[in-house]
Design a protein around this ligand. Structure first.
Ligand code: HEM
Length: 501
């Protein structure tokens, strides 16, 4: 009887503890946004499915455009409509522009660069410098546009060398776009078969995708170990997860050493009166003794520019190429406009954008239709903030669902249909939409937006001026609606023919 009584006491205590833990888990702060909690410990993770942005969008129809979703053990706020995103990131930019601490990421890397810098004096100084430098002030004698135009020559030559035979354009686009960013950042372009270049680019890009929120769920290229310890950082010390973490660390060291070597070469030939590129502009700040400008910061910044500026623009161009193959009428309209405005031998420049409504509409539709970074990069609140009547406490993660904004049926007619004409008005003019936001909005909007828009326009126009793109008749085209890689939306591999005009 005595044993039974103590067992009973234990069971009651365990039950109370369980109820208390459940209550604690279930609790949310006062006036916190509503939203799904999922199950203890894992939250909604088991219910997200493969297309997270679509699931989050479905939930937002139930809970509203400001919604709390429990991912793992923590609530994240998901903003799913243009107006609330604008309210948060633009109107209250200062409160919503933090970045979360990535506990699995070594502090020696996280504290430097730009992408993962939390809001504060260092971020402000680096962002200001980046905006000024990338907008052309101080990036050497050669403007960004000249560099991009030079690269189209090499890209066209590489495509011409295929002699009208079927080929996969994805690697060529990646290398050409990587060359643009290398040229702007450290004044170098590389041959497309330079192995050192390819090694750096591959390593840098793998790191990015392994840390993006999206890839943690679905990217088959990211190993399971990494995905696990990104949610439970302590796993990184335990075999078998440790091996994945060690590989990640050695990649980081390799990138650091390669970029360090480029900085040394710049330092040795530095001339303060002739700044050649981003690295020179940064070195000038270091030499002037500005305290936020350090060598470690420069390495981090270079890495961020390479990571953020390569796959993003090249994948957008890849989607554009796939759309050209799926919609030959659109390709013909683009070519007609190019012939009309630039001619078959003229040189394309960024100033042509204002004269080419259909090309602008096509690019804007690609941005909308195939949202490249459906969930952007996670923000964090720096202070308590109010949004749509809810209170979002300081240090809460905030995600924007750009895919939802681009596919909102209350705003877009047939959002699932690719139709550039939706952005052409009755006078045949291009209608720029502030609801197409692939670069996000506000204080942390993409730093490379200007470069990306320019390179996408110049590459697309110069390619179509010289080539007609046709599908490979022996293979069916991959679908447009589902991407292959989930960290950024990238099409499934495909081949095509470039017939010289
Ligand atoms: C089509 C091409 C591109 C797309 C769709 C894109 C998209 C984005 C998005 C969604 C963000 C997150 C903004 C936020 O946190 O609210 C971002 C940030 C960023 N992007 Fe891009 N990007 C592109 C090209 C580029 C290029 C070419 C560069 C390099 C020059 C670049 C550099 C950056 C940097 C440094 C950030 C971090 C900004 C910060 O944290 O303050 N991006 N981009």
């Amino acid at each position: 009887m005595e044993i039974d009584a103590s067992l009973c006491n234990y069971l009651v205590a365990a039950f109370i503890l369980l109820c208390f833990s459940f209550y604690h888990w279930y609790q949310r702060p006062k006036r916190f946004p509503p939203g799904p909690r999922g199950i203890p410990v894992l939250g909604v993770l088991p219910f997200l499915g493969r297309w997270i942005e679509r699931k989050l969008y479905q939930w937002s129809r139930e809970y509203g455009p400001v919604m709390a979703v429990r991912l793992g053990r923590k609530d994240m706020i998901v903003l799913s409509d243009y107006d609330v995103i604008n309210q948060a990131f633009v109107k209250q930019g200062q409160k919503f522009s933090g970045r979360r601490h990535l506990s699995f990421y070594p502090p020696s890397h996280e504290k430097y660069g730009l992408v993962f810098l939390d809001y504060g004096p260092l971020f402000k100084s680096q962002r200001k410098f980046g905006v000024a430098t990338l907008s052309g002030l101080g990036v050497g004698n050669s403007s960004m546009e000249t560099r991009v135009k030079e690269e189209t020559f090499y890209l066209n030559e590489a495509i011409r060398s295929k002699h009208g035979k079927t080929f996969d354009i994805s690697k060529l686009l990646s290398k050409a776009i990587a060359n643009n960013i290398c040229s702007v950042t450290f004044g170098m372009r590389y041959d497309y078969d330079d192995t050192k270049f390819l090694e750096i680019i591959d390593t840098v890009l793998n790191d990015l995708w392994s840390i993006s929120l999206y890839s943690r769920f679905h990217d088959p290229q990211v190993n399971t170990a990494f995905r696990s310890f990104s949610f439970e950082p302590k796993f990184r010390f335990i075999p078998p997860f440790r091996a994945g973490y060690q590989k990640f660390m050695s990649d980081l060291e390799f990138v650091k050493a390669s970029l360090g070597q480029i900085i040394d070469e710049h330092d040795a030939t530095f001339d303060g009166k002739n700044l050649r590129d981003f690295v020179d502009a940064f070195l000038k700040q270091i030499k002037a003794g500005k305290k936020e400008f350090t060598r470690k910061q420069l390495v981090g910044y270079m890495r961020d520019l390479l990571v953020a500026g390569t796959d993003t623009s090249s994948s957008t161009l890849l989607w554009a190429a796939l759309c050209l193959l799926h919609f030959p009428d659109a390709q013909q309209k683009l070519y007609d406009e190019i012939k009309d405005i630039i001619g078959s031998e003229g040189s394309v420049s960024a100033s042509h954008t204002t004269m080419m409504p259909y090309t602008n509409a096509f690019i804007q539709e690609v941005f909308r239709f195939r949202t490249l970074a459906p969930l952007g990069i996670i923000h964090k609140t720096n202070e308590d903030a109010e949004l749509s009547g809810y209170v979002i406490p300081r240090n809460t993660a905030v995600i924007i669902n750009i895919w939802a904004v681009h596919n909102d049926p209350d705003y877009w007619k047939d959002p699932g249909t690719f139709r550039p004409e939706r952005f052409i008005d009755e006078n045949g003019d291009f209608v720029k939409s502030n609801r197409v936001i692939p670069f996000s909005v506000g204080m942390r909007r993409c730093l490379g937006e200007q470069l990306a828009r320019m390179e996408i326009f110049i590459f697309l126009v110069s390619l179509l001026q010289k080539f007609e793109f046709l599908p490979d008749e022996d293979e069916s085209l991959p679908p447009l609606d589902y991407p292959s890689r989930a960290s950024a939306f990238v099409p499934h591999p495909f081949k095509m023919i470039a017939r010289e005009r």
